[in-house]
Write a protein that binds this ligand. Structure first.
Ligand code: PMP
Length: 397
């Protein structure tokens, strides 16, 4: 089969391969990257579906505008304004089929073969694959518990003059890290100083546990003159409401937004109008605040239970920063006490013990740290989390 050469630049995700092993009966999985199905607001979504079909069946079932269903664009702009983004008009965003599509459109619009782009090390695996498919030459910027290291980021921008920098500043996947306010300001200053586009991918920002995170880069851009012209923001309803709806959105400077819209037209014409009308009714119906309160509370408790269990069961053999939001604990095996320090080998032993997680290596575009791993606390209840971590401890012995 004569396949396109660009396919040589990507391979099937290591995570998908691992998922094949998860069918084993009784396995406790911390491997997924998704929310808990038991948390879906089925009643609220049912009401929204009914309202969409009753009030505007034509709009909900007909072809629609590539930019998105206008009532949803209005709701999403209001949702963002409520989170501190000043002056966001509905016309400044387009609805995308998940934020994953926004990333793909950005790849299409911004990447030529060999284009340099900076991503965090580690970062979202599908982003690495998506940008590489278009030929991106990815550069890895190191992170710590406060997100990307801005001193290193500046050095890399000067050295590589990238087309863009892609960041997940708030409760990153897989890092769970929260970029500090001071660093957020610095990222925006760097964007202006070096005239470099910054892509903020923010599917997790609403999932905070105790206190809200600092404002998104998009919200903060009002304080850093000129930075809005160099900023792209991707949002998503997947982690807080339902990934199956496939509703995300893209905010970008006008020229880029117009090109992304054009590419979306050739790709899927528009995001499902049925899903968009449902999401619009859900937001208009005022269901979101209660849903957010519930997911924050449940995931916060699960994160706490996982953190305590890890400290208790694995002690100094594991190192991590307790996440303040999102779905993930990002951890490093220290090798203390002569224990295993390799994430891949640990993942195999863990599966034998009936527990799964994702080793950290695939999340790096370069220079992977083999001692790392990602654990999701989202889908197991508290007892299963405790049991799963006890199994992990056995796998490490
Ligand atoms: N960005 C990040 C960082 C993610 O973790 C995910 C989902 N795992 C996405 C984007 C894509 O989400 P969706 O397409 O469902 O909005």
């Amino acid at each position: 089969m004569p396949l396109a050469q660009r396919l040589d630049q990507v391979e099937t995700s290591a995570i998908r391969e691992l998922f094949k092993l998860l069918g084993k009966p009784g396995i406790i999985s911390f491997a997924g990257g998704f929310p808990d199905s038991a948390m879906f607001d089925v009643a609220g979504i049912r009401q929204a579906v009914n309202a969409a079909l009753e009030q505007e069946p034509g709009g909900a079932l007909q072809y629609g505008a590539t930019e998105g269903y206008q009532p949803l664009r209005e709701q999403l702009a209001a949702f963002m304004r409520a989170k501190g983004v000043r002056d966001l008009a509905p016309e400044q965003l387009i609805v995308t089929t998940g934020s994953q599509q926004a990333l793909d459109l950005l790849g299409k619009c911004l990447v030529d073969p060999g284009s340099k782009a900076i991503v965090e090390g580690p970062t979202f695996l599908a982003t690495i694959q998506c940008f590489r498919l278009y030929g991106a030459d990815l550069v890895s910027a190191p992170i710590d518990g406060d997100g990307v290291r801005v001193d290193e980021l500046e050095r890399l921008i000067r050295e590589h003059r990238p087309r863009f920098v892609y960041l997940i500043p708030t409760f990153g996947n897989p890092s769970g890290a929260m970029l500090s306010l001071e660093r957020r300001r610095r990222v925006l200053e760097l964007a202006v100083q070096y005239q470099t586009l910054v892509i903020e991918d923010d599917p997790y920002g609403d999932l905070y546990f105790d206190a809200p995170p600092p404002p998104s880069l998009l919200a903060l851009s009002a304080e850093v003159p000129g930075s809005r012209d160099w900023l792209v923001h991707c949002g998503s309803l997947s982690k807080v409401l339902s990934p199956g709806l496939r509703v995300g959105w893209l905010v970008a400077p006008p020229e880029l937004l117009a090109k992304a819209t054009m590419c979306k037209q050739f790709s899927d014409a528009h995001t499902s109008t049925f899903a968009q009308a449902t999401a619009a009714q859900y937001l208009a119906g005022g269901h979101m605040p209660a849903t957010l309160a519930r997911v924050r509370e449940v995931y916060g408790r699960r994160a706490g239970v996982m953190g305590e269990a890890l400290r208790r069961e694995l002690g100094p053999a594991i190192d991590f920063v307790p996440p303040r939001g999102g779905l993930f604990v990002w951890a490093r095996l220290t090798g203390a006490g002569g224990k295993l320090a390799d994430g891949n080998a640990f993942a195999r032993k863990a599966i034998e013990q009936g527990v799964a997680f994702v080793p950290g290596v695939p999340f790096y575009c370069a220079n992977p740290d083999p001692s790392t791993l990602r654990l999701s606390f989202a889908t197991a209840d508290e007892d299963r989390i405790r049991e799963g971590i006890a199994r992990l401890a056995r796998a490490l012995d």
